[in-house]
Structure formats: structure tokens, C-alpha cells
Design a protein around this ligand. Structure first.
Ligand SMILES: Cc1cc2nc3c(=O)[nH]c(=O)nc-3n(C[C@H](O)[C@H](O)[C@H](O)COP(=O)(O)O)c2cc1C
Length: 274
């Protein structure tokens, strides 16, 4: 984490209120490309922001009106004390050690072609390392502008799994799954709803493929907007307003074998135009 004093001031155009970052954020936060998201405190008030590049390793942080008000900025240059961490760097630093040890023998095309929804599970538990590897697969999915607006809530508690199963017949398999991963979208990080859902769907599919690749089974349970189940999830998981539960993925060791059905549909393919 970086600590420094800096000036809050108007930029050259007079339109933006900015803080000039007194170091090369790209180097310090080891971010060779893409946006740098930072969080920390300004005079002990929490913030989260994206740094704007001004070229040649110089970066600024723009303060919105709400933040200016919280800090008491009245338009006159003001020195503040700042703590700043890169969210991406923290994510990498916190990576569980054993993820690298978890591998699977399936090539990607075979995994894609043989994955099927599994809704029956044995009682065998799934190791924490496997769950970490599955979450990591979710975090490797593409996201619009690399905003990575997802959060994953892992549920292992049998009482919670059972309660969720009983309140939604389409998710009855949670009663016997080893666990569930709730993929939630952060609306404050991705304001375009379609992108938020697309990003979380990509993460969910990576998660399902990883589950399958590890020899486990899983199924995606949809969360219907405005449904009682969605409300139940929000309450049970104590989700803040900014988080939308988007999918619930039940997983465990499979207790069913399914025949692969053909999936190629020529009528769905179009070349150059409809
Ligand atoms: C958005 C979405 C919502 C889904 N919701 C449920 C669900 O609530 N319960 C369930 O058993 N399966 C659910 N599924 C799984 C589908 O039923 C399944 O993917 C589909 O039947 C194709 O079968 P396959 O996954 O074996 O290829 C959902 C899948 C998606 C993508």
C-alpha cells in the first residue's frame, strides 16, 4: 500500500477536480496494460477509483462531487493524506498457493464438448484447493473493459444449501451438492446491465468448464429478476445494494452418467449475412 500527501486541485481546464499521483502507478502497481483501479482512503475517507493516464508515467485521480463534499474540498487547493492500493495487485498477492497444483487432463475442446449439467451428487466432499481452482477459472473469464465486476460467494453450509433448495424447485439439487458458488455482479463497477450479465455469464461458464475438467459435476441455476428466490439470496448472503445475484452454481462429485447428445445445428450458422 502506498501512503503519500498530495494536493486536491482543479485541472488545467478547470472542469475536473484531481489529485496528481506522485509516482508512476504503472510501475508501482505492476500493471503493464489496461485500467488501474485503486482503493484506499483520502483523509481517512474510503474511496475507490480508476486512475487516468496523462502520459509518460503520470497519472491523476478524478474526484467526483460526492467525494469532494465528504473531504470538504471547496475549490481551493487542499493537501490531503492518501493511502492507495491497486485492486489488481491485491488480487494477485492474495492468490492461494495451491491453485497451481490443481490441474486437469482434459483438453479444452473435449471439456467444452463433454460438459453437461449434473444435478445428482455423491456425499464426497470437494477439497478447498479444488474450489479455489474453480474460482480462479471464473476470474480468468473476459470482462468488458477488464472491469471484472464479479464477486463469488461460496456456500458450504448444509443448512443454507438445504434452505435454498427447498425454496426453488429448479434448484432442488442444492440439497445434495457439495457446495454452491453464487456469482454476483457489482453494479457500481459495471453500470451497463447487459455487460454486467455478460461478464458474470462468462465467469459462470468458465466455472462450469473447470468443474467438469476436474471430474466434478455442476449445474447453473438461474436467478429470476424480482423473484422471491432472488430476495431470499440477497437476504441470506447479506448482499449490499450494489451486488446482484446472477447465477447459482451447484457443484459436487457426480452421481449420474449422461449420454452425450449431438449439439451441432447447421441452421444456427450463417456466413457473411443472415
Ligand atoms: C441462464 C441459465 C439458467 C439456468 N437455470 C437452471 C435452473 O434453474 N435449474 C436447472 O436445473 N438448470 C438450469 N440451467 C441449466 C440448463 O437447464 C442446461 O444448461 C440446459 O438444459 C442444457 O443442458 P446441459 O447443460 O447439460 O448442456 C440454466 C442454464 C442457464 C444458462
Amino acid at each position: 500500500m502506498e501512503r503519500f500527501n498530495a494536493l486536491i486541485k482543479k485541472d488545467g481546464s478547470g472542469r475536473l477536480t484531481i489529485i496528481e499521483i506522485p509516482f508512476n502507478a504503472k510501475e508501482v502497481f505492476r500493471k503493464s496494460r489496461g485500467a488501474i483501479y485503486v482503493s484506499g482512503t483520502i483523509n481517512s475517507i474510503e474511496y475507490r477509483s480508476k486512475l487516468l493516464s496523462r502520459g509518460s508515467g503520470k497519472f491523476v485521480m478524478v474526484l467526483d462531487k460526492a467525494m469532494q463534499k465528504s473531504i470538504g474540498f471547496d475549490g481551493q487547493d487542499m493537501t490531503v493524506n492518501i493511502t492507495m492500493s491497486s485492486e489488481d495487485l491485491e488480487a494477485v498477492a492474495g492468490e492461494p498457493d495451491k491453485i497451481a497444483d490443481v490441474t486437469c487432463g482434459l483438453d479444452v475442446l473435449t471439456a467444452i464438448k463433454t460438459r453437461q449439467s449434473i444435478r445428482k451428487f455423491t456425499a464426497k466432499p470437494v477439497s478447498g484447493d479444488m474450489v479455489s481452482a474453480i474460482l480462479y477459472a471464473g476470474m480468468c473469464a473476459p470482462t468488458a473493459k477488464n472491469k471484472r465486476p464479479y464477486h463469488f460467494i461460496v456456500i458450504r453450509d448444509r443448512c443454507v444449501l438445504s434452505m435454498l433448495a427447498q425454496q426453488n424447485s429448479n434448484a432442488a439439487m442444492l440439497e445434495f451438492s457439495a457446495g454452491a458458488i453464487i456469482v454476483c455482479g457489482d453494479k457500481s463497477r459495471e453500470g451497463i446491465k447487459e455487460f454486467l450479465y455478460a461478464d458474470c455469464a462468462a465467469a459462470a461458464q468458465n466455472i462450469l468448464l473447470c468443474i467438469h475438467g476436474l471430474g466434478l459435476g455442476g449445474v447453473w441455476c438461474g436467478v429470476v429478476p424480482n423473484s422471491d428466490w432472488r430476495k431470499l439470496l440477497i437476504g441470506q448472503l447479506a448482499l449490499p445494494n450494489k451486488l446482484e445475484p446472477i447465477s447459482v452454481i451447484a457443484f459436487g462429485w457426480p452421481d449420474e452418467e449422461k449420454e452425450l447428445c449431438p449439439r451441432w445445428e447447421t441452421a444456427k450458422v450463417h456466413y457473411d449475412k443472415w
